[in-house]
Design a protein around this ligand. Structure first.
Ligand code: ADE
Length: 225
């Protein structure tokens, strides 16, 4: 899978792809993340990518031309399954969307900034708008990093234990059961007996009950789905 991220602040995202799982997935050839500095696509002699809004509102708006230039250049090289714009008014990101995106071959993520992007970009170039939650960030970079992280770890082989992504919290609209490691008794804080029993069927039953109980208690909205 290839993810092209268009941003005015590539350094804000770079770090997250140079560490741990995302870096390993790239080294294994499972994912490629390319960052594109939007300013490099500005025809303006000062490399400006924003301008004052028509109609006189406060704040700056990202211009059409540099964004069209970079998206057009990328599309000349390959076909994209989705051109995503990160925006607080998009659909709210969740595990189901992450699963869907992880099946794609090529996606573009455009990070918004300032007051937003010229609406014509959204009308003519963007195929999907995604928000990572009902709050406003200073720009779309952290949202793009969140989306790329959640998606890349789902690519088969990206995380060590093949089963581990399937048993994630949210994967079946249930929160994950509690997990423990050694020692079995720490200062009298004990690991549930059942996990030490070696009885696989009973352990699985316990995990399912725990998942249901935690979901019921902490996120009853997930069960209503
Ligand atoms: N840009 C600013 N806020 C955002 C959010 N909540 N999600 C995605 N992109 C954003």
């Amino acid at each position: 899978m290839r993810i092209d991220i268009i941003t005015v602040l590539p350094e804000m995202i770079q770090g997250s792809f140079e560490t741990s799982i995302l870096n390993r997935a790239q080294k294994k050839g499972l994912a490629e993340v390319h960052l594109h500095q939007l300013r490099d696509y500005s025809n303006d002699k000062w490399k400006r990518v924003d301008d004052y809004p028509f109609g006189g509102e406060a704040g700056m708006v990202m211009k059409v031309e540099p964004i069209d230039n970079v998206i057009t250049a990328l599309k000349k090289e390959r076909t994209y399954d989705e051109v995503i714009y990160t925006s607080p008014d998009g659909e709210t990101f969740n595990q189901a969307i992450a699963n869907e995106l992880s099946l794609y071959k090529n996606i573009i993520i455009l990070c918004g900034h300032y007051k937003g992007i010229d609406y014509r970009i959204r009308e003519h170039l963007i195929t999907r708008e995604i928000s990572i939650g009902d709050y406003v960030l200073t720009g779309g970079e952290l949202a793009a990093a969140v989306i790329a992280d959640a998606v890349v770890r789902l690519i088969p082989g990206a995380i060590g234990d093949a089963e581990s992504a399937l048993s994630d919290t949210f994967q079946d609209d249930l929160l994950a059961p509690p997990v423990y490691t050694r020692p079995a008794d720490y200062k009298g804080w004990k690991v549930p007996e059942i996990l030490l029993s070696g009885h696989e069927a009973k352990i699985n039953q316990w995990k399912m009950e725990q998942s249901l109980e935690r979901t019921q208690r902490l996120r009853p909205d997930l069960l209503k789905k």
